[in-house]
Design a protein. Structure first.
Length: 118
């Protein structure tokens, strides 16, 4: 399973970015998909997750109402739309896939840097 993220960059406070993660090597619909982030000096944290096959989503409290996770099954892609960004959102963002059935293996992308600064 390979995950390739894109869409990171530098944005001003209050701005928006959309991250993309393209998945290959496994049936996309049989993967739970999530976004995580890691800021300098901090542990990696869950930002948003979409559970399969239900499509139920969950967000970290710090991003609720600002970030939206979504999928495009035709493109094997998961997105993270990030609005109203603030400097505390600065981090490397990682996409993760997890098989919904045993052995529930996990796969990570290489990460994409998001910097919120004026």
């Amino acid at each position: 399973v390979q995950l390739v993220e894109s869409g990171g960059g530098l944005v001003q406070p209050g701005g928006s970015l959309r991250l993309s993660c393209v998945v290959s090597g496994f049936t996309f619909g049989n993967l739970h998909m999530s976004w995580h982030r890691q800021a300098p000096g901090k542990e990696r944290e869950l930002v948003a997750v979409i559970w399969r096959p239900s499509g139920w989503v969950n967000y970290a409290d710090s991003v609720k109402g600002r970030f939206t996770i979504s999928t495009d099954n035709a493109r094997n892609t998961v997105y993270l739309q990030m609005n109203s960004l603030n400097p505390e959102d600065t981090a490397v963002y990682y996409c993760k896939a997890q098989r919904i059935t045993w052995p529930q293996s996990e796969y990570w992308g290489q990460g994409t840097q998001v910097t919120v600064a004026s």
